[in-house]
Design a protein around this ligand. Structure first.
Ligand code: ARG
Length: 405
């Protein structure tokens, strides 16, 4: 009897040729298709294709809400941008995909999992680190990495095994997409001096093509998470989808980046994350209004750590859990509304309020007669604040000796 294997199936050529390849190795393939909100994909067609090319079973897992609620939320709360720019689109879906694959393996008494990642990317590490953590007894197959097909060999193999090969001009790019955004690499993008052509983008118009009128919108946050758009409450997955449309139409969220991969190489990727750009900018703005100064100044240290853990395949790790607990505790007060202006590629906060948690006290900040700030106390404060440097200068004269030079 052949052994069962659960394959992370996307419907593309790589994971499609993986099916006969795994069959040849003696596996019965259960194809698992994860719906994490990749726009424009016909899940039924992908499901049918898997069995057509040789899977014994093909399962679609609808995981958009779980993806939004459990995987995107830490990124929003932690303002997590890898190397200051990339909102971790692909890095986020990997641990969820593996969680679902391991569940399917357990339900179906399968003892192996396969993925279609190459040997040069971060995703293989994210997939396999998560498998090792969740069930170290599972065997891992990585046909695309281990077989090392050239494109021509892959197409020949596909033809021999009745795997449909895209006719005409196949996409020159390697694209990964979900609710939170889209990542595109390879093809003409491999030369970082080549500007990304129009067809490299899929979720946004260019800023030049965006409307000449600015769009304004209000985002309500509860505990650091957006819960309403223009006053209308909606679940997070819905809100992200709506914002992707609105912000994408305003040319927002394009990122063209050279990045440092975990496996040591630099790569060039173009990302689109319109909703993420709006939500994360608004979130940071609301934090500026509601976080106490020391928390606000300390949090970026934790943010950077947690961002790198997510990128570097350590979603399942005790340090991630501990840092997320810190982040969550800071978010209890991040409640309020931010008004965003979207205009030709830019999303900027233009107004903000928090009825319950604003630390902005107009009576303390004002220069009018309503002033309640104790200006007399400021003189004494400055004396004590500068006491250590005053004493140091009196003893060492580092700067005071240079007067008049
Ligand atoms: N470089 C990004 C990451 O490691 C995205 C990888 C997605 N793959 C792609 N085919 N574009 O998270």
């Amino acid at each position: 009897m052949s052994e069962k294997i659960v394959l992370a199936y996307s419907g593309g050529l790589d994971t499609s040729v993986a099916i006969p390849w795994l069959n040849d190795k003696g596996y019965d393939v259960i194809a698992a298709i994860l719906d994490v909100g990749q726009a424009g994909k016909d899940m039924d067609a992908i499901q049918a294709k898997a069995t057509q090319v040789g899977a014994v079973q093909s399962i679609v897992v609808h995981a958009q809400d779980e993806f939004a609620d459990d995987y995107v939320t830490p990124v929003i709360k932690a303002n997590a941008l890898y190397e200051g720019a990339y909102p971790l689109v692909s890095a986020l879906s990997r641990p969820l995909i593996i969680k679902k694959l391991v569940e399917i393996a357990h339900e179906n008494d399968a003892h192996a999992i396969a993925h279609g990642s190459t040997g040069k990317g971060n995703d293989q590490v994210r997939f396999e680190a998560a498998i090792h953590a969740l069930d170290s007894n599972l065997k891992i197959e990585a046909p695309i990495r281990d077989f090392h097909w050239s494109r021509e060999e892959e197409i020949d193999y596909a033809k021999e095994h009745n795997v449909p090969v895209p006719i005409g001009k196949a996409s020159p790019y390697s694209i990964d997409a979900n609710l939170w955004g889209r990542a595109n690499e390879a093809g003409i993008l491999e030369n970082p001096w080549n500007q990304a052509p129009d067809d490299a983008w899929g979720m946004s118009v260019s800023p030049e093509e965006a409307p000449d009128e600015a769009a304004f919108l209000d985002l309500d946050f509860e505990k650091g998470i957006p819960v309403a758009l223009n006053g209308e409450k909606m679940k997070l997955s819905e809100l992200i989808k709506k914002l992707n449309e609105i912000a994408g139409a305003n040319g927002i969220g394009r990122i063209d980046k050279i990045e440092n991969r975990l496996v040591g190489i630099k790569s060039r990727e173009v990302y689109e994350a319109p909703a993420a750009a709006v939500i994360m900018t608004a979130h940071k703005d609301l934090e500026d209004l509601t976080l106490e100064r020391d928390v606000a100044h300390y949090k970026p240290i934790v943010e950077q750590q947690i961002t790198n853990l997510i990128y570097d395949a350590m979603w399942i790790s005790p340090l991630f859990d501990a840092l997320l607990a810190f982040i969550d505790s800071t978010q209890q007060v991040v409640n309020g509304t931010v008004k965003m202006k979207l205009y030709k590629g830019q999303a900027v906060p233009v107004a903000r309020k928090s009825a319950t948690n604003s630390l902005y006290d107009e009576n303390l900040a004002t220069y009018t007669s309503a002033d309640s700030f104790d200006q007399v106390a400021a003189g004494g404060f400055i004396k004590l604040w500068s006491l250590p440097t005053m004493v140091f200068e009196q003893v060492n004269h580092v700067h005071s000796d240079k007067l008049g030079e």
